[in-house]
Design a protein around this ligand. Structure first.
Ligand code: PGA
Length: 256
């Protein structure tokens, strides 16, 4: 399985800035066959960047999309419209869940629509600080996986990526803390057990599971060596060229 390094640019960079930043990344980026480098720029930059990107080196992801392919949905963009522009899409990021009120039902429909349109969904899951304090992490992760994947048949289950992002560890959250690698290991066990129950053992092992939450060059190595973790998803560090490249190199070293 490949190791994934995914950068979520969130609401940063206009089209010109995004293009310059992509150019700088591509100039520095070696072609590592077993590391899948993915960036998720703002929607408005996806079309121009899709013409600029060297797909041998890296891939594009959308940060969000809507589950209907067309219709009266003012302001939305469909997976159908993103076909050909992106290979991946983030779904259920905690900012979508908690700032924009996306519920499990909507997230499940989005995962289904992504798979239907041949775009790989990166389904983000993770407990909040208070859920963690009350010992609800296991139930929360199980619920999010069960409902996020409820429309995905076993034949399609290996077309999905999961990203464990404990909300309390995301750098933009006030008072964010770092997750300990042991916390991540416990969560991955729960995630793979749940996949095994929902599908089977083969799927439980085949689905890539990423970790996200204040990943930076000094902790990426520790997270990438947690058993069962297949990559990292970053916000802040993906916006700093040297940090992003360092993490890609760490991913390459950890693999070999
Ligand atoms: P962070 O963001 O790396 O800045 O914590 C991660 C994310 O929100 O995906």
């Amino acid at each position: 399985m490949k190791t994934y390094v995914v950068g979520n640019w969130k609401l940063n960079f206009n089209i010109g800035e995004a293009s310059i930043y992509l150019h700088k990344i591509q100039k520095k980026l070696p072609n590592y066959r077993d590391v899948e480098v993915v960036v998720a720029p703002p929607l408005i930059a996806l079309q121009p960047l899709s013409l600029q990107i060297d797909r041998h080196k890296m891939k594009l992801s959308a940060q969000n999309a809507f589950y209907c392919d067309y219709g009266a949905y003012t302001g939305e963009t469909s997976f159908n419209q993103l076909r050909g522009l992106v290979d991946y899409v983030l779904i259920g990021h905690s900012e979508r869940r908690y700032i924009f009120g996306e519920d499990e039902k909507m997230i499940g429909k989005k995962v289904e629509a992504a798979v239907r349109n041949k775009i790989t969904p990166i389904l983000c899951i993770g407990e909040t600080e208070s859920e963690r304090t009350f010992g609800e992490t296991r139930d929360k992760l199980r619920d999010q996986i069960m409902s996020g994947l409820r429309n995905i048949a076993i034949e399609d289950a290996d077309k999905v990526i999961l990203a464990y992002e404990p909300v309390w560890a995301i750098s933009s959250v006030k008072g964010a803390k770092l997750a300990a690698p042991d916390d991540v290991a416990d969560a991955v066990k729960i995630i793979r057990e749940t996949l095994g129950e929902l599908y089977d053992k083969k799927v439980a092992e085949a689905v890539p599971v990423l970790f996200g939450g204040s990943v930076n060059p000094s902790n990426a190595g520790a997270y990438l060596t947690v058993p069962g973790i297949n990559g990292v998803l970053m916000g802040g560090s993906s916006l700093i060229l040297s940090e992003f490249i360092d993490i890609i190199e760490i991913a390459k070293r950890v693999r070999s």
